[in-house]
Design a protein around this ligand. Structure first.
Ligand SMILES: C[S@@+](CC[C@H](N)C(=O)[O-])C[C@H]1O[C@@H](n2cnc3c(N)ncnc32)[C@H](O)[C@@H]1O
Length: 271
């Protein structure tokens, strides 16, 4: 089937139907949507925290990507981002890494319009889904970034520019030989600490208990973070964090969910 027969506006497309594309290598999946090869995805030897997935994009998601990417999307191309220009205001910006399909992100944005959410993932259907949810919900405080969060943090975001960081149900990489792919590691925290403003909160949640223990260990050991819970340990799930899709799947399997909330401090600001 030709590309044009599959454009989201093609009249025979039923809502929710998936869209097939035959593309040359490097050609973007959607001409007005996210870049096919965000910076750093192919040109750097580094262990990655995500698995490239070939996933179906529904007609609705494709439509959102095509129409909204220019205004609400950010390609991770290695260029510095001007956050007030990106959002059109200078409200605090929280970075969410790995939003999946974006339902929880959209709910949090709706509940807190005074905070801007920069939501990053490599998952194209989720990017389209979140753009659509934001549009339908009238949320103007969400921007969707396409690519590896490490490049975004390292190359594109200024020091002290983030008011918070959310990492909800990052890929657990349960096999021992894959543990090096887990996102929450000392080196990641070194990088994140430089981009977070003093007093910014890092909020992680996971349903994989060995990963929760690892998160607690590396966050507690890091000189730039202190547990926002005076008694230490895991935090009760805060009411402002909605149930996420991945969390629901974990709970169905009987997994225990742990939240961690740590504050970014100055090195000499330790208790
Ligand atoms: C297990 S899913 C969880 C999704 C969502 N937070 C939830 O709870 O339903 C983890 C997500 O993180 C994304 N991810 C992992 N590493 C990433 C990275 N370095 N940059 C951007 N996204 C990443 C994956 O593509 C995936 O969508």
């Amino acid at each position: 089937m030709s590309e044009s027969a599959n454009t989201p506006t093609a009249p025979h497309h039923a809502p929710g139907a998936s869209v097939r594309h035959t593309r040359a290598k490097g050609e973007p999946r959607f001409p007005d949507g996210p870049m096919a090869d965000p910076a750093g995805s192919h040109f750097e030897r580094r262990i990655r925290s995500f698995q490239p997935r070939r996933s179906r994009v529904t007609a609705g998601q494709a439509d959102a990507l095509q129409r909204l990417w220019a205004d609400r999307g950010l390609d991770i191309d290695g260029h510095a981002v001007d956050l007030p220009a990106l959002f059109g205001n200078d409200r605090p910006v929280v970075l969410e890494i790995g939003f999946g399909m974006g339902e929880a992100t959209a709910q949090m944005a709706a509940a807190d319009p005074g905070t801007n959410i920069l939501a990053v993932d490599v998952h194209t259907p989720g990017q389209g889904n979140l753009l659509g949810l934001a549009e339908r919900g009238g949320m103007t405080n969400i921007r969707v970034a396409n690519g590896d969060a490490i490049i975004l943090l390292r190359e594109m975001l200024a020091p002290d520019s983030l008011a918070g960081l959310r990492v909800y149900f990052p890929d657990p990489w349960p096999k021992k030989r894959h543990h090096k792919r887990r996102l929450i590691q000392p080196e990641f925290l070194d990088l994140a600490a430089t981009r977070l403003a003093p007093d910014a909160i890092v909020h992680c949640a996971t349903d994989w208990e060995p990963y929760a223990e690892q998160m607690l260990e590396v966050l507690e050991a890091h000189p730039m973070f202190v547990n926002s819970r005076p008694e230490g340990g895991f935090a009760p799930r805060p009411a402002f964090r909605p149930l996420t899709r991945f969390e629901g799947q974990g709970l169905d399997k009987g997994h225990v969910v742990n939240d961690l909330l740590f504050r970014r401090v100055q090195p000499d600001d330790q208790p």
